[in-house]
Design a protein around this ligand. Structure first.
Ligand code: WQD
Length: 344
């Protein structure tokens, strides 16, 4: 077994897929999660997929004493992948203080403990949200960080600065910031996928719930944008491709391959797709007709963003390889499986 890696938020959507990829690469994984937006049976499903049961402790990253006890117990944790955060754009507008406390203090707690317990580095789950509406597309890592459109996006920007300032202060740690675009799809085993609590905020879970009849109709938030078909454009990336990027980033830290103590990478496909194009791609990939309507714009949405992934492709040797068709089929198969298991 290779080094022990701590994955915070490891029972979540991206976290669980990343744990499987870490285990497939031979790493020992400790998951901590407060289960506020996921459930513990994800640990069973991770074991079914990878054949290895990760260590799991129900723990909130806001609990400094609990975190310290974890590091005292697992003194051989070599690196951290930090996913644990609140992530709903709309909710962050209604409850900004919850987002600032949870997303900032969780990170601060981990950064404080890392040097004390010999943890070498962190892969941080950041987001293309930090770019706001880029002036140039595709967007590169050198694009300016713009004023965030939501408290959620602002916490990602502030988190990146907290990490940079901590490393610059001489703390003996290093970091890789992965700026995700829009993660979609599910594990081909249909044992792992996106499990939003309540009414989905994100496009794909709402779309598949509409396709299966849980939701009556998908609302497309605006078709009057300055795009070819008027709907917003995003860079939809397969969640397993995204998970694999985390393993490469962890190994870049462990094997001292970083060129700077803090590095940033765009993790996207490099292809922009509009909401309406995605809907039609889903219909042709699955043969399922989707009931949707065009409604007004959603506050906080940016018009169009897609990655220039060249730096990640060349420097990390990572590339998003899944096809859109396979990715949409995986999302649909996951929704069918949830329905089979009686989970809405
Ligand atoms: C995508 C597009 C909507 C729902 C945010 C965060 C990002 C990441 C993913 C956490 C937009 C449209 C959506 C619907 C719609 N966060 N849409 N009808 O806002 O691009 O990204 O979530 O991991 O960091 O910024 O994702 O899926 O909500 O929206 O028309 O019912 O789909 O307007 O254009 P978003 P999204």
């Amino acid at each position: 077994m290779k080094e022990k890696i701590l994955v915070t938020g490891g029972t979540g959507y991206i976290g669980s897929h990343t744990v499987v990829e870490l285990q497939n690469s031979g790493y020992e994984v400790v998951i901590i999660d407060n289960l506020s937006n996921s459930n513990a049976d994800v640990v069973d499903n991770i074991e079914k997929v990878s054949g290895v049961r990760p260590i799991f402790e129900k723990l909130d990253c806001l609990d400094m004493e609990g975190l310290e006890n974890l590091f005292r117990k697992h003194t051989d944790i070599k690196a951290i992948i930090h996913f644990a955060a609140s992530k709903a754009v709309g909710e962050s507008v209604e409850k900004p203080l919850l987002y600032y406390r949870n997303n900032l203090v969780s990170l601060i707690n981990l950064l404080e403990l890392m040097p004390k317990y010999g943890v070498k580095g962190m892969v941080f789950s950041s987001s293309c949200t930090v770019y706001g509406q880029p002036d140039e597309l595709p967007v590169t890592e050198n694009a300016p960080v713009k004023k965030a459109e939501s408290p959620y996006g602002n916490t990602k920007q502030i988190n990146e600065e907290i990490i940079r300032d901590t490393v610059a202060s001489g703390a003996p740690i290093q970091a890789i910031l992965l700026r995700y675009f829009n993660p979609i799809g599910a594990h081909p085993s249909t044992l792992l996928g996106e499990l939003p609590n309540g009414v989905p905020q994100n496009l794909i879970p709402y779309l598949t719930q509409t396709a299966i009849g849980i939701r009556e109709k998908l609302s497309v938030f605006g078709d009057d944008y300055d795009t070819p078909d008027g709907s917003c454009i995003r860079d939809f990336i397969n969640v397993v491709d995204l998970a694999k990027a985390h393993v490469i980033a962890i190994e870049r830290i462990l094997w001292d391959k970083q060129k700077e103590p803090v590095e940033v990478f765009n993790i996207g496909t490099g292809k922009g797709l509009s909401v309406l194009e995605l809907i039609h791609a889903f219909e042709s990939a699955t043969g399922v007709k989707l009931n949707y309507q065009i409604v007004g714009r959603r506050a906080g949405d940016i018009e169009k963003v897609w990655a220039d992934p060249e730096y990640a492709n060349n420097e990390l040797g990572w590339k998003a390889g899944s096809t859109l068709e396979d990715t949409l089929k995986s999302a649909w198969n996951w929704q069918l499986k949830l329905c089979e298991r009686g989970i809405q």
